[in-house]
Design a protein around this ligand. Structure first.
Ligand code: 2E7
Ligand code: F3S
Length: 357
């Protein structure tokens, strides 16, 4: 059976750029030009672990290694792994029986795990441990409660969490749905959420729900993960001082798209998301002194460095890193892989995953 590759947009075709002199002539900038670079930005521990899992699977099992869905939502990461022999598919049915499939960082429902077993597939589960935590909460709370799952319907993570207890879960996409959602028993109700939402909008949704359902229970700990929260805090600090905020990240990356929204909400005059530096339109620089830069949790640092190089060409060579948190979280690699690596004498099997390259 042939596999249907997940479609990955190619980098934008380069076009003629307006020179730095042409941009400066359009509107002279009197204040010193500078870049405010967010920290933390880029790879989180769950992404690093998932990408390393595919790399190690290629190394130890050889190509092809099938991956169900994009391992993380980043064009560059997916196309780089494709070039090394990974085959991205939408569903298990596209993977030849007996082959190896990696489940993406966003997690899978029990039905997907079962369908892999039914096809005799070997699996490596690269689900982020912080998503697994939410899945466990969903299973536990569904015993006695109805779950209001705040998140974006159709996103892989929400599909996976919903699939743990579909009879006992209702997805709440936005504040409007929070105002209209109907429940059978408002006294046995708990909310959970997708890990990559806007912290502020999620709290707004919870407030609306609690007003309607005063006995709504909170999850035992935050579902919005540390990486999402930290990247939003950093851009909140930069946004009021920046006329332009550039977010590096792919269009289907929920957490990256949220960074653009948060930048605009917190005072950036303009904010754009780009996959690659060559998508930056130099017209964005007209009259701009301070440029904020950040990147989503699925974005390799090399792409940010490309953006900084381009900014330097246009006079934004002074870079100030704005640090709002230090991150030192490490996740060990998926257990199926660790066992193989250990048996093969690969000394990195104990390695925790978290780099930013
Ligand atoms: C897994 C999870 O791949 P991403 O861009 O994913 P989102 O969910 O933001 O579209 O970012 C990393 C990531 C975040 N959350 C991976 Cl559950
Ligand atoms: Fe996990 Fe959060 Fe990253 S859920 S994959 S640590 S953005």
């Amino acid at each position: 059976m042939s596999a249907t590759a997940v479609s990955v947009p190619m980098p934008a075709v380069p076009r003629r750029r307006r020179s730095p002199e042409e941009v400066a002539a359009a509107a002279p900038v009197t204040a010193p030009k500078r870049v405010l670079l967010a920290a933390p930005r880029g790879y989180c521990a769950g992404v690093d672990r998932a990408v390393i899992a595919v790399e190690k699977a290629l190394e130890h099992y050889g190509a092809p290694v099938y991956v169900r869905k994009q391992i993380v939502h980043n064009v560059h990461v997916v196309s780089s792994l494709e070039a090394r022999g990974a085959i991205f598919v939408e569903e298990n049915e596209e993977v030849p029986a007996g082959e190896l499939v990696v489940f993406s960082a966003h997690g899978v429902s029990p039905a997907v795990v079962q369908s892999a077993a039914d096809r005799g597939l070997r699996t490596i589960d690269a689900t982020c441990p912080l998503v697994t935590k939410v899945h466990k909460e969903a299973v536990r709370f569904a015993e006695d409660n109805h779950i209001l799952l705040i998140g974006h319907e159709g996103h892989e993570e929400v599909e996976g969490t919903y699939g743990e207890a579909p009879e006992s879960t209702t997805i709440v996409n936005n504040p409007e749905e929070a105002r209209t959602v109907q429940v059978d028993d408002p006294d046995h109700l708990i909310w959970l959420s997708q890990t990559t939402l806007s912290v502020d909008e999620t709290m707004e949704i919870v407030d609306i729900l609690r007003e309607r359902f005063p006995n709504l229970q909170n999850p035992p700990s935050d579902d919005i993960c540390y990486a999402t929260t930290n990247r939003q805090v950093a851009i909140k600090k930069i946004a009021p001082q920046a006329e332009l905020v550039i977010v590096v990240g792919s269009a289907n990356s929920s957490n990256s798209v949220r960074l653009v929204e948060v930048a605009l909400e917190y005072g950036a005059k303009a904010s754009y998301r780009v996959d690659f530096a060559n998508e930056i339109d130099e017209a964005w620089f007209v009259g701009v002194a301070s440029v904020g830069v950040t990147s989503g949790a699925s974005v390799p640092e090399v792409l940010v460095q490309d953006v900084l190089r381009l900014l330097a060409e246009y006079g934004y060579g002074s870079v100030e890193e704005v640090v709002t948190a230090e991150e030192d979280i490490l996740f060990s690699l998926p257990k199926e892989l660790r066992a193989t690596m250990k048996a093969a004498g690969d000394p990195t099997y104990k390695m925790g995953a978290k780099s930013n390259s």
